[in-house]
Design a protein around this ligand. Structure first.
Ligand SMILES: Nc1nc2c(c(=O)[nH]1)N[C@H]1C(S)=C(S)[C@@H](COP(=O)(O)O)O[C@H]1N2
Ligand SMILES: [Mo]
Length: 376
C-alpha cells in the first residue's frame, strides 16, 4: 500500500482537530474571555486594553466559520468584476507596492450587546470586542486604481476564504462584505499584511485582511482572496441579514446597515471590584468612527462630569488614551463602594448620552462604561 496519501490525510485531520483547541487555549492563556471555541469568539477584559496598541495575542477574535489556514506562498488575491484590467496578485507582488501603516480601532458592532435589555440576540459580548492595532499594508485605493474601476460600478465586494452554512440552511457560503465605491476609495482602507509589525496572525486574517478605519469591524474582511467590483447592490448574508440595525420607530420597522463605530470611552483602570485608597488614577481609552475624540469625562457616584486629560496626539483612527486623577478619599463617607463612569465626545459633536437605542440584534451598544470599586 502507498502510505503517502494516508499520512497526508491523518496529518490534515490532526490539524483540523488540533487547530481550534490550540487557538482556544492560547486565547484563554492570554487572558481573554472565551465565548465559543469553534467558531472562535473571545473578548478582551477592559483592564488588558489600556495600551495604545493591543498585541495580537490579546486582540479579540470574532469569527463566523472555522479559521482557514492559508499558505502565504500559494495565496492569491483576485481583483475582478467591473474593472478594466483584472488582477491576480501574490503576496510578494502585493508587497512591492508602497506600504502604509496606520493605527486603527477594530470594534465588533455587537460590542456591549449584553447590556441591552431586553436581551438582544447574538454573541454575548461584554465590552471587550474591541482592540487597536498598527496595521501595515497597501492602500486599497491604489490597487483599485490599478485595476481601473469601470464607469457605472457602485460597490466593491470583499470575499474571505472562510465558509460554512448559516441559520441551519445546508448551503455553504463564504464570508463576504461590500463597501460602496466611495468608501473603498476614500476610507483609507488597507490590504493589511502586518499587525503591530508582525506578519498577520492566522487568527486575525493571515496572510492579508482588509482594514477599514472607522467602520464596525465586520467590514474588515479577514483571509481576503477576492475583490469583485459590481453595479448591483450586494445583498449577502453578512450585509443584509446580519449586521443590520432593526429599529422600531413609531410602530414601523426600520432597517439600516451598521456603519461607523459609535463614540465610546472605556475605563481600563481601575478594574471592577478593585480595592483602592485615597487618591488614584482613572485611565482608559476612547474612540469614534466619525471623528477623533475631543473630550472624555468622568463622574464619581453620579456626581458632576469632569474632563479627563487626553494623552499625546491622537492618530486619525487609533484610540485616545486618557487619565484623570481623583481624590475619592476626600469625599464624605468615603468608605465602601464607588461608582466610576466615563463618557466620550468626538470632533463631530457626537457624545454618549442616555441609553443606546435597542435593536433586535444588539448593535451599536455604546453604553456609558461604569466600573464599581471599593474604597478602603
Ligand atoms: N473572513 C472573515 N472576516 C471577518 C469575519 C469573519 O468571520 N470572517 N468577522 C468580522 C467581524 S464581525 C469582526 S468583529 C472582525 C473581527 O476581527 P478579529 O477577529 O481580528 O478581531 O472581523 C471581521 N472580518
Ligand atoms: Mo463583528
Amino acid at each position: 500500500m502507498n502510505g503517502g496519501p494516508r499520512r497526508m490525510a491523518s496529518r490534515d485531520s490532526l490539524t483540523l482537530l488540533a487547530g481550534p483547541d490550540i487557538r482556544w487555549r492560547e486565547a484563554l492563556r492570554a487572558g481573554l474571555v472565551g465565548h465559543s471555541r469553534e467558531p472562535l469568539n473571545c473578548e478582551t477584559p477592559p483592564p488588558l486594553l489600556g495600551a495604545d496598541v493591543t498585541p495580537a495575542s490579546r486582540f479579540f477574535r470574532r469569527n463566523h466559520f472555522p479559521i482557514p489556514e492559508l499558505d502565504a506562498g500559494t495565496w492569491r488575491l483576485a481583483i475582478g468584476g467591473m474593472v478594466r484590467s483584472p488582477l491576480i496578485l501574490s503576496l510578494a507582488e502585493l508587497r512591492q507596492f508602497g506600504s502604509q501603516s496606520l493605527e486603527a480601532v477594530l470594534e465588533c458592532a455587537g460590542n456591549g450587546r449584553t447590556l441591552f435589555s431586553p436581551p438582544a440576540a447574538g454573541e454575548p459580548w461584554g465590552l471587550g470586542a474591541v482592540g487597536s492595532a498598527k496595521w501595515t499594508g497597501v492602500r486599497l485605493a491604489e490597487i483599485l486604481d490599478l485595476a481601473g474601476i469601470e464607469p457605472g460600478a457602485s460597490e466593491v465586494i470583499f470575499r474571505g476564504a472562510d465558509r460554512g452554512p448559516v441559520d441551519g440552511s445546508p448551503e455553504v457560503i463564504a464570508f463576504e462584505r461590500s463597501l460602496t465605491v466611495g468608501e473603498a476609495m476614500q476610507s483609507g482602507a488597507l490590504l493589511a499584511y502586518a499587525m503591530n509589525g508582525e506578519p498577520m496572525s492566522v487568527t486575525h486574517g493571515h496572510p492579508v485582511r482588509l482594514v477599514v478605519p472607522g467602520l464596525y469591524a465586520v467590514a474588515s474582511v479577514k483571509w481576503l482572496t477576492g475583490i469583485i467590483v459590481t453595479d448591483q447592490p450586494f445583498d449577502g448574508y453578512f450585509q443584509s441579514v446580519h449586521y443590520v440595525y432593526e429599529w422600531e420607530r413609531g410602530g414601523a420597522a426600520v432597517r439600516e446597515p451598521v456603519g461607523a463605530q459609535r463614540v465610546r470611552a472605556m475605563i481600563t483602570e481601575p478594574g471592577a471590584g478593585d480595592e483602592l485608597e485615597g487618591t488614584f488614577a482613572v485611565r482608559g481609552v476612547a474612540w469614534s468612527g466619525a471623528a477623533p475624540v475631543t473630550l472624555v469625562e468622568v463622574s464619581l457616584d453620579g456626581g458632576p462630569w469632569r474632563p479627563a486629560d487626553l494623552a499625546g496626539e491622537p492618530g486619525a483612527h487609533g484610540w485616545q488614551q486618557w487619565e484623570l486623577r481623583v481624590a475619592a478619599g476626600a469625599r464624605k463617607g468615603a468608605q465602601g463602594e464607588l461608582r466610576i463612569r466615563a463618557r466620550a465626545t468626538d470632533g463631530a459633536g457626537r457624545t454618549q448620552a442616555g441609553r443606546p437605542e435597542w435593536n433586535r440584534l444588539g448593535y451599536g451598544g455604546n453604553f456609558i462604561h461604569e466600573v464599581r470599586v471599593r474604597l478602603r
